[in-house]
Design a protein around this ligand. Sequence first.
Ligand code: UDP
Length: 335
Amino acid sequence: MRILITGGAGFIGSHLAEMYLDRGDEVHVIDDLSTGSIENIQHLKGHPNFTYHIDTITNYHLTAELVDLADIVFHLAAAVGVRLIVESPVRTIETNIRGTEIVLSLCAKKRKRVLITSTSEVYGKLDRVPFTEDDDLVMGPTSKGRWSYACSKAIDEFMAIAYWKEKRVPTVIARLFNTVGPRQTGRYGMVIPNFVRQAITGQDITVYGDGSQSRCFTHVLDAAGALIDLAEHPAAVGEVYNVGGNKEVTILELANRIRELSGSSSEIVFVPYEEAYEEGFEDMMRRVPSIAKINELVGYAPKITLDEILTSVIEYQRGRVVNRLGAPAPLAFQV
Ligand code: UDP
């Protein structure tokens, strides 16, 4: 099969590319490296079934060519990460809405199957867990930057469903919940790469708020496998699926576990939200997916435990620290 991955040099996209290459499929990637990194696909460059284009999906002609040759399109190119969203709301809204519009319209023209990645962020402030796909979305006010991300992704979902209903374009939507693992960068605020970097470099581990907020983390390989199963399942078309883990952990417990597993003597410190993000920042206290729908369709159940996830990230970042301190240091230390 021929696979196109927009955002394929990103954290999740690069793992997805690797999985398809391992299966013997042909993979084409387009990525403008805005949040992705060439380092993520460095090892794939010589592969005979792999091509990549460092360009934006708003380059209509190139994207059209790539969609044309694909059997399935995975649309992952997007602005992600709470820090990026708070700092660059224009970029977030434009990238997420315009990019998806282009990808969907091209898939409609060429009648291609497309999986759109969305986010648990669309549930907004919903406080009844677990979140199920048909739950109401509870957004905050437009004056608070964070919600622009949720709304832009919700619009992407509306568009994808509309393309299926009105134009019969086979679209599938996956709402990703706190996907983590090697290659994820902490530059845009994600908690695990940040805590691990702080722990292994002896800096204070910065817990925002009082640390009682919780999340369910999923290893990227579990998530990428789920994306493949959904994209290839005929009955997934026109539907929305949560993709996540269901073991909840508080952020303070997470900080302690990372400290233990990495043998770190870093202090755990508490940072008020307004200092970490912006005045009036609203965090979600709990975020737990119901995975019943995806489990029923494709038998999905996450296999990789939190300790395995944390160990894999610690090892990955330790390797990068060693590389950086060793003689040839090809890339800046950006985790
Ligand atoms: N967080 C934290 N310290 C950090 C980064 C994040 O305590 O250095 C918290 C953040 O406020 C949130 C949780 O960790 O409550 C998960 O944050 P992330 O941005 O990874 O995911 P999201 O909030 O989008 O679920």
